[in-house]
Design a protein around this ligand. Structure first.
Ligand SMILES: Nc1ncnc2c1ncn2[C@@H]1O[C@H](COP(=O)(O)OP(=O)(O)OP(=O)(O)O)[C@@H](O)[C@H]1O
Ligand SMILES: [Mg+2]
Length: 344
């Protein structure tokens, strides 16, 4: 398998392949993947940051798979999912007899990950009391199991992830700054989906295909209105939300056309398509939509610039500033002007 294939294909077994493939070709995602390729071969600690559902775990897998440690263990621990008392023994293990109930020796995740990668998910939720111990392991690559038994040397590459603003937590003394600096050697920021709307179309096709295959359905079409709604929607739950909504839509589809799974507007409450959250997003969405309506033309009397009441050069420089490039919007426009239903 080539490097770029290995970068995208982070599956460990075929059953999960469909769900472990990094989909999307926005400039924003491509630059994240370029960072991943750059850092993966090193042993440096990576801190993956981004909102919930953006794909941080997929990125962590990709880092491992592209590293020389691929083929060695990839061990995950979710710091938010385990109660404080257990977290310590999960991380470091214990000796037989370390405490009442410790009837056998337990190997911790650090030890399990020896020669491989340890993925500490939700690192922002690591209790303050455990932080010095983690710092010590990172600094010295050695640790002790609870209950003594001497020091164990390990060779582990750490990848950590969080959706929390650790900078802010440090400022509020909720996270130790010394540990933060140790973790933040190479930050990788996965942007929210609303900042890479060009990925939406591909993600929709990908998940519809996966769920349709699973449910034995054939759904080759989607209405242009539905696709436009997907592109305009803000996706606060990012790719996970999109994945779940596509599953719902595939369940509901019975005529080969994907229905719109976004909640319908009720009375005069909030619209189903949430307004983009920032002026920048709003501007980008409006420009992309206008270019689509203009059939991809920027200049000329029917072009997007004229429709927006702007000079062509002004629109072009705005697009540059917003990161909207020709190959991207062409893909976004796709077959949009050819009728009300388009292939997925
Ligand atoms: N680019 C992508 N291509 C395909 N699937 C993706 C992509 N990004 C995310 N996913 C899928 O979306 C879901 C959420 O991704 P993941 O668990 O990696 O998010 P996360 O950033 O770790 O979220 P959280 O902070 O909530 O843990 C997963 O099922 C994942 O496979
Ligand atoms: Mg996660």
């Amino acid at each position: 398998m080539g490097t770029s294939e290995r970068l995208r294909s982070v599956a460990h077994d075929d059953r999960d392949r469909q769900f472990n493939h990094i989909v999307g070709n926005s400039l924003a995602l491509e630059s994240v993947l370029a960072e991943v390729q750059r850092v993966a071969p090193t042993d440096s600690t990576v801190l993956v940051l981004g909102e919930t559902g953006t794909g941080k775990e997929l990125i962590a897998h990709a880092i491992h798979n592209l590293s020389p440690r691929c083929g060695h263990p990839f061990v995950k621990l979710n710091c938010a999912a385990i109660p404080f008392d257990l977290l310590k023994s999960e991380l470091f293990g214990y000796e037989k007899g370390a405490f009442t109930g410790a009837v056998t020796q337990k190997v911790g995740r650090f030890e399990m990950a020896d020669t491989g990668t340890l993925f500490l998910d939700e690192i922002g939720d690591l209790p303050l009391a455990l932080q010095p111990k983690l710092l010590r392991v990172l600094q010295e690559q050695e640790f002790e199991r609870l209950g003594g038994g001497g020091t164990h040397h390990i060779n582990v590459r750490l990848v950590a992830a969080t959706h929390r603003d650790v900078d802010d937590m440090v400022a509020r003394n909720e996270f130790r700054s010394d540990l933060y600096y140790r973790l933040n050697v190479f930050p990788v920021l996965v942007p929210p989906l609303r900042e890479r709307r060009e990925d939406i179309r591909q993600l929709v096709s990908h998940f519809v295909e996966v769920f349709a295959r699973r449910m034995g359905k054939h759904i080759p079409k989607i209405s242009q209105t539905t696709m436009n709604a997907f592109i305009a929607y803000d996706w606060p739950g990012n790719v996970r939300e999109l994945q779940n909504l596509m599953e719902r839509a595939v369940i509901r589809s019975d005529n080969g056309v994907l229905p719109n799974p976004l909640p319908a507007p009720q009375g005069n409450t909030k619209p189903s398509v949430a307004p983009p959250s920032t002026l920048r997003d709003h501007e980008a969405a409006l420009i992309l939509e206008t270019i689509r309506v203009a059939g991809g033309m920027i200049g000329g009397p029917q072009g997007a610039a004229a429709r927006l009441g702007l000079k062509r050069t002004t629109l072009v420089s705005k697009m540059k500033r917003l990161g909207i490039y020709r190959p991207r919007y062409q893909r976004l426009i796709g077959e949009s002007n050819k009728g009300s239903e388009v292939p997925i």
